[in-house]
Design a binder for this molecule. Structure first.
Ligand code: FAD
Ligand code: EPU
Length: 290
């Protein structure tokens, strides 16, 4: 029998929920989910062992669920202030704070409408802002750190505000330690026009034409040494391979898709098959919880 979730003193919402509800793959057992609205609630949520959940678009969560708390950012962490801050210049726009829990696609739609350029390369990434910053999501057209001016990070030791230059970052990586929570960011973008920003977004989106539209956590492996992992998996003849209800997409071989009712163990088995058959070292892009 699973214990009922404890009640939070700070007013954070605590519920036992299936994580399949929050992952783009649609897989994952139950955990105690803490939805926090402000820093006081976040502090209490971080008092026990926890994981921070963003858009769930890079996760394979175990069917048995998790023993740790899962924190979700709501309230003030899901607000967007796109007023020009005093640091702005005629050339550059610096925003107010944008919450780590803000969905990235909606933010990009607003930036397009305002003609603000810098994050077009991230179009189509179904993340939250905090998750996208944590791993510097992007494409060859640009990445999250391109538009970053300042970020706020919370950890059990306290809250810090940093400049991106304080943190090394690279392809699908930032130096933000695991479980340090990106609570909000400020953007630095070039002033442009909605038409120009829209055209850049369409160009980046065009590169996704061959990607599957089914439930998936995105690309399984990072591209090793700049070579497409998808191409390598394809050349190993693995497109269409199915284990249980998980399948290596016939459209793009670096995507494992859920045919409906896939288990995390099906995905793990496909990942092992890929590793064995491709035969060169490839780093996993998504996370296996736990
Ligand atoms: P989650 O999946 O929820 O979590 C991933 C990791 O980020 C976890 O370690 C989590 O703890 C951490 N995290 C989440 N929120 C925070 C926070 N606020 N502070 C600190 N850490 C946090 N990625 C690309 O880079 N480029 C692409 O083109 C791309 N295309 C995709 C297409 C599809 C259809 C899908 C499903 C995924 C794609 N991805 C792509 C992968 C994914 O969107 C990115 O990895 C994204 O950065 C994950 O962000 P998230 O908010 O969903 O994080
Ligand atoms: N290719 C194949 N077979 C496949 C897949 C790809 O031959 O099954 C070939 C393509 O024909 C093309 C080349 O490989 O010639 C590159 O393919 P693609 O343009 O799809 O790029 P990618 O390197 O496979 C990367 C990112 C994606 C991002 C796209 C588009 C990684 C691991 N993947 O894919 O990011 O959306 O470019 O910009 O860096 C993600 O990280 O989750 C992700 C989806």
């Amino acid at each position: 029998m699973v214990a009922a979730p404890k009640k939070a003193v700070s007013g954070a919402k605590v519920e036992r929920l299936p994580l399949s509800r929050f992952t783009t793959l649609g897989v994952g057992g139950e955990a105690e989910v803490w939805t926090v609205s402000d820093h006081e609630q976040l502090r209490e949520a971080m008092e026990a062992s926890y994981r921070i959940l963003g858009g769930g678009s890079n996760l394979v969560v175990a069917d048995a669920g998790l023993g740790e708390r899962v924190i979700r950012l709501g309230g003030e962490f899901a607000e967007t202030d796109l007023e020009a801050a005093p640091d702005s210049t005629p050339e550059h726009f610096v925003s107010g704070w944008v919450g780590g829990g803000v969905p990235l696609p909606g933010l990009l739609r607003k930036l397009r409408g305002l003609g603000l350029s810098g994050l077009e390369g991230t179009v189509g990434v179904p993340a939250q802002v905090g998750g996208a910053v944590w791993m510097n999501a992007g494409t060859r057209f640009g990445e999250m750190f391109d538009g970053l001016f300042e970020l706020e990070i919370a950890a059990p030791g306290g809250v810090r505000q940093l400049s991106p230059s304080d943190l090394p970052w690279g392809y699908r990586h930032s130096a933000i330690p695991r479980n340090h929570i990106v609570t909000r960011i400020r953007l630095k973008l070039s002033r442009s026009t909605p038409e120009t920003v829209g055209a850049k977004m369409e160009q980046a989106d065009l590169a996704r034409k061959g990607q599957p539209k089914m439930r998936t956590p995105g690309c399984a492996f990072k591209n090793p040494g700049g070579v497409s992992a998808g191409k390598l998996i394809d050349e190993a003849g693995l497109k269409g391979q199915q284990i249980g209800q998980a399948m290596i997409s016939p459209e793009h071989a670096n995507f494992i898709v859920n045919l409906g009712g896939a288990a995390a163990s099906d995905v793990h088995a496909l990942l092992a098959l890929i590793r064995q058959r491709v035969g060169i070292q490839m780093e996993l892009e998504y996370e296996l919880w736990p």
